[in-house]
Design a protein around this ligand. Sequence first.
Ligand SMILES: [Zn+2]
Length: 1105
Amino acid sequence: MQGTRNIHVERIEKFLSDTYFTDVNLRGKIYPVIDKNACNLKVSEKCDRITFDESQSLKYESCKVGKVFGPSWSSFWFQVSIDVPQSMKGEEVHFLWNSSSEALIWRDGAPIQGLTGGTWVDKRIEYKLFDVAEGGEHVELVIEMACNGMFGVGRDGLINACDPTKTFTLVQCEIGVFDRDAYTLFTYLTMLHDVAKNNTSNTYNPQPTNTNPSMTEFTQRANQALRLANDLINQVDVDDRTTFKPAIERAQKEFFEQANGDGCHGVSAIGHCHIDVAWLWPYAETKRKCARSFATQLLYMDYYRDYKFVQSQAQLYSWTKQLYPQLYARMLVMASKGQWVTTGGTWVEMDGNLPGGESFVRQFLHGQRFFKSEFGQYCTEFWLPDTFGYSGQLPQVVRHAGISNFITQKLSWNNINKFPHSTFIWEGIDGSRVLTHFPPANTYNSAADVKEVQMCESNHKNNDVSNNSLMIYGHGDGGGGPNIEMIERLSRLSDTNGIPQVKLQSPAEFFKVIEKDKDRLPVWIGELYFELHRGTYTTQANCKKGNRKCEQLLHDVEALSTILDLHKVEGFQYPRLKELWELLLLNQFHDVLPGSSIGMVYKDAAEHHGHIQQQVYDIIKKTMAHLVGGNVSGEHQEHSVAGDDDAFDLVVFNPSPFDCEKIIELPDHFESPQKSINGHPLAAIKVPSYGFVRVNQATFSKSMENIAFARVNGDGSVALENPFLQVLVTKEGAISSIVDRRVNRQVIDANEKVLGGIGNRFVLYDDQCLFWDAWDVEIYSQNKYKVLGGAEGGAKIIENGPYRVAIEFSYPQLTSKSSIKQIIYLSNNSPRIDFETVVEWHENRKMLKVEFPTTIRAMNCKYDIQFGHVERPTHKNTTWDVAKFEVCGHKWADLSEYGYGVALLNDCKYGYSVSGGVMRLSLLRSAKSPDDEADMGTHRFTYSLLPHTGDLQQSGVITEGYALNTQFHTVQVPSTPVSLQELPFNLPTLQSFVRVNCAISNSLASTTSPTLPPSPTLLQPPPLLTSSVIIETLKKCEEGDGYIIRVYESFGGKTNYSFNFCPSANISTIVPVNGLEEELKDERSYKPGESIPINPFQIQSFKLV
Ligand SMILES: [Zn+2]
C-alpha cells in the first residue's frame, strides 16, 4: 500500500462512518430493520422535577416524533407502549430514543437506564428490550425527559451562561433489530483502524506526513492492521449477514489473538462516570443525573459479569439512597459482587486548595463513615481527578483518614510546565507519603479506544520502573459512564500483540500491582501546583466568603458545645451538626467553591451558607444561655453588643486557640473613654483561649496604658500612631509611610515605580483568558493593568482613640462603573492595620487587586494553607517559578527577610501574587461565563497589613490571622451579684478551657526605637507569646462518648507540648486517634500535663476521656 496508505485508512473510516454511505456501509447494517410504528406515545403536561409517583397523576396526551419541548430545566413524562412485530422473532430488539436531551427510562416503576440524546459522541440512545424476541410482545416504558443537555443549557457553546428558553426536539422513538455480528465486526474494524492510523515508529518519524505517509513511518503492527482491515472489507458483503461471522473469526485469529511478550505494559481499566455535583446545572439536576448514570451502569453489570465500575462521592450515594431506593439496593448487591466499586473516601470531590484544614478532615470523616456504614468498608484510595491544584497538606490528611493511595490527573492540563511523573510518591509538607498515579491517558473520561490504551504505555513517564497504568473510562457529567462500545472493545484487548494487556480492574487492584514498584519511584515533595485555573482562588467571592464564615462558625459552636458538654451542664445537649457540616462539605465541590458554576448554583450555595450561619447562631445563642441559667434576651451577638439596658453585664466567649484582646462595643450603660462610630462605648476586652470573661463596669478597666490616635496634617494627609507604628495615609487613602517604632524601620518602598512608592493602591488588571472564563487568569494579564486613582473628598476621621482610630475614604469613581468605600483602622493593641472595604463591582473581565510595595527583600513568600504553610518564589528564575504568578493562600501571606517582615492578611480572600517586594491580594474578578452575573454587586471584606519584627514564626502573624477571622460571642447576664461559679455552668472565668504549653513559642522582645523621641502617652507593648502548637478543633466524637481535640504544629519545627485543661473538665486520658476518630493502637496515651512530641506541620488528633 506504499503511496496509498491514507486512502486505505480513509476507506476504513467510511466503511464505519455513521454520517457517510450508511446505506451501503457496515455502520448502516447494525440496525438492519427499524420499525417506526411500533411505539405508541403519550406525553404529560410540562412539570418540574417530580417523582415517578407524582408523574402518575399528570395529564397525558398523544404525541409524535418531531414535537418540541421546553423551556430549559422543565420536565416531561412519556408513556411508551411498544408492540414488537412478529417479523422480529428470533432477533435482538432495541428501543431507540433521542429527545435531544437527557432522559431516564422507567420500567415497572423502577429506573432502568439513562439516555443521552443529541448528536455528540457521548449520545446513548439505545435500550435492549430482548436478547431474542418471540415476536408479538407488548412492553410498557415510561420516559422522564429533562429539558437540558448533558452540559446543561448554555447559550451557543459549552461554558456560556444558561439560555432559559432552550427547546429540545424528540427526533427518534422506534424499535430496531440489532445485528450483533455486524456490531462485533464493527468493533474489530474500529480497533484495527485505530492501530493502523496511530501507531507510528516514534524513533524516526514522530509525526507522519499527512499527505503521503510512507509505510516505514508506521510500525509493522500498524501496517498489518491496515492490510487486515482492508482485506476484511473486501471479504464481507454488507447485504449478506452471514458474511460477518467468518470476518470476525479472521480478525481474531490474524490479529487480536496474537499475544504479547512477557514485558508487555498492563492497563487496569475501570469504568467511571465523573459526576460534577453542580456545574453547568444545579444540584437538583445532579440527583437525576445520578439516577440516569447509575441505572445504566447497573444494567451493564448484568450484561457483563466481569465488568467493573467505580464511583466516588458519598453525597451522590446518599442522594440515591434517599430518592431512588430501588437503584441503591441494586448498587449494594453489585458492590458485594465486586462489580460496583466505591472510591475516594470523601463526601464530595472537593476543591483541593480552598477548604480549610478541618474541612479537609471532615470531607474524609463524613465520606469514609458513610462508605463504611453502607458498604461495609472504607475506601482505600483518595480519588480527586478534576480539582484545580492540590494542597501540600493533603498527603497527611489522606493518611490521617487511613488512605495511602491517590489518583488524579488534572496536572496534565498545565499550560506552562509538563509534570514529570505518572506514578510517584507524593510527600506532603510534614513528610507524609501517598502512592500517587496520574493515569497516562490524561483523562478521567477516556473513550477506551486503542489510541488511549496505547497512550497508557507511551505517555507513562515512569515506565522504566513501573509497567502498569490505570485507565478511567466512560462519559462523565451525567453521560452515564462507559457505553457498550467501550466495554466491548476493552474486553477484546486482554492480550493482543502491540497493544497493552487490558484487565478490567478496580483501583485497589491496580495499586496492589504497582505497590511492588514503590521503592524505585521518584518523590515529589510539597504541593501539586496546578498551572491553570488560577482565577478560581477569586471568582464568586461571596461563595468563598460564605465558606470561610461557615467553617469558622461550625468551629466555634463545636468548641463552645464541647466545653459545656464536658462540664455536664444540666439540661444542655450537644447539638446535632452532621447535616450542617454535610451542607458545607457539599458546597466545597470542585466547581462550586472555585467559582466555576452557573449562576443558579451560587443561589443554592448562598442559601446553604445562609442556612448554616442562621442555624449555628441559633445554637450558639441557646448554648450561651446555659451560662446564665437559660435566660437570654435579645439576638445572639457576635463581637458586639449594643443596647441600653443597664441591668446587664456581658459574658464573652473567645473561640480562638489564642488568648485574644479585641476592641468591642459594649452596652450603652458602660462608661468608656471612646465611643464607636455607632455611638456605643468601646472597650478592649481580653479573653483567654477557648475561655470566657465576664465584663462589668467594675472589672472593665478604663485606665489606658497604650493609645492610638490620628491627626490631620496641613496637606490633608492623616498621621496614625500607636505604640507599634507611625502610619501616614495620603488624603487619597494610600499609605505613603509606615515606620515601625520598635525598630525604626520604614516598611513602604518609596522607590517602587509602578505604584508610585505608595501602598494600599487598587490596580485593575485586564482579565481576558484564553477560554475558561471563570477559571483562568492568564500570565499576560500581569502586563496589562491600570493603577486606579485615589479616594475623593479627603479623609474623614470617624474614631480617634484612645482604643482605636478609624478613618474613612470614598472612591465614588474607582472606575466608570465601580466604587469603593473603605475604613482604615489602627488600634492601640496591635501593629495590624485593618482595611474594612465595601466594593460596588460592575466590571467586565477585569480583576481588582490591592497592592503594597514593601522594603522587604526575600526570595520566597510564605502562604497560610491547611494546618501549615508553604513557600513560593517571589522571582521568576525558572519556568516553574514563572508559572506561580498567582497562588492560593488562606488567612495570610508573609514576606520576611532576616529579622523583619510584612504580612498581608484577609478575612475571606484566597488569591495572592507577590513578586519582588510588592505584595498583592486579589479582591474581585468579573468573569462572564458560565455565570454572566458572577461577582456583580456589593462585596464586603477586610484585609490587613501587619508589619512585624522577627521572622514569620517569631512575629505573631499566625495568631493575628486567627484573630482577624475569629469573633467573640457574647451573652448578656443579669448584673446581680451572681458569680459565674454560682451559675449552672461552673467554669471559672478568666481561665482558658484548654491551652497548650509548648517548648517552641516566640517571645518577641520589644525594642525602643533609638531615634524616635519617647512619647509620654505611649508605653511599650507587651511581648507577644504564641505557641507553635495550635488547637484547631474541639468536638464531640461522632460516635459514643468522648471528645476530639485536634492540634497541629504551625511553625514547621519539631517540639514537645502538653495540654493544660481547666481542672473542672475532669479529663483523665488523652488517647491518640486518626482523622476517623479511631484509636491508634500502636501509639501511647497521655495524661494532661504530660509532654507530647510533635513533628513539623504534624496534625495530631486525640480522644479525651
Ligand atoms: Zn469535575
